[in-house]
Design a protein around this ligand. Structure first.
Ligand code: GRF
Length: 198
């Protein structure tokens, strides 16, 4: 049984879907949920599902990223994770941290990578006049939002879309994509998958 740790920064809607998916004959289980924000709404959701949680407030380490990561690593490694999932985790991690988990660390990013790494992905897709948008789950490498893609979900951009309406359409697909990718990854299957909006 693979042990999965999940890092969040906010509401954790993707984390909830991941935790809910790891039941029955699924080859993995969530063992811990952590956040850089003690106020992250997702922490209460994880606790309500019976998953242990922790928080390390990055603001207590202002500017000292290595010190923050050392504090984050302590409870994380104590849970002995086999796989680390970033799900709405909004801190950039140093290459040192990434290398500890390279090859077993996943992230979900709300764009069709390699388009739009970084922030404000939906507005950038709208500004570019893209006909499609979506989300990508990828292996995390030291370069931001750049690792091998394990899965993508594509949605149409509709007339009159705002960044908010597009984000909502993409998020619905993220909730399908991430659990499917994690299940395959936990079974050692790295064949990329593409979902189109149901
Ligand atoms: C989602 O758009 C996800 O793609 C991005 O963070 C946003 C919020 O995710 N990484 P969640 O609701 O906290 O899972």
């Amino acid at each position: 049984m693979k042990r999965v740790a999940i890092l969040i920064s906010g509401g954790g809607s993707n984390m909830v879907k991941l935790v809910e998916s790891m039941t029955g004959d699924h080859p993995a289980r969530a063992v811990i949920v952590g956040s850089n924000d003690p106020q992250a709404g997702g922490l209460a959701k994880a606790a309500a599902m019976g998953v242990p949680t922790f928080a390390v407030d990055h603001r207590a380490y202002k500017g000292d990223r290595p010190a923050f990561e050392a504090a984050l690593l302590e409870p994380l490694l104590a849970a002995e994770p086999d796989i680390l999932c970033l799900a709405g985790f909004m801190r950039i991690l140093t290459p040192d941290f990434v290398q500890r988990f390279e090859g077993r660390m996943l992230n979900i990013h709300p764009s069709l990578l390699p388009k739009y790494p970084g922030l404000h992905t939906h507005q950038r897709a709208l500004d570019a006049g893209d006909a499609e948008a979506g989300a990508s789950v990828h292996l995390v490498t030291p370069e931001l939002d750049a690792g091998p893609i394990l899965g993508q979900a594509r949605v149409p951009v509709l007339p009159g879309d705002s960044a908010e309406t597009l984000a909502a359409r993409v998020l619905t697909q993220e909730h399908r994509l991430y659990p499917q990718v994690l299940r395959r990854f936990a079974q050692g299957d790295l064949t990329p998958i593409t979902l189109t909006a149901a």
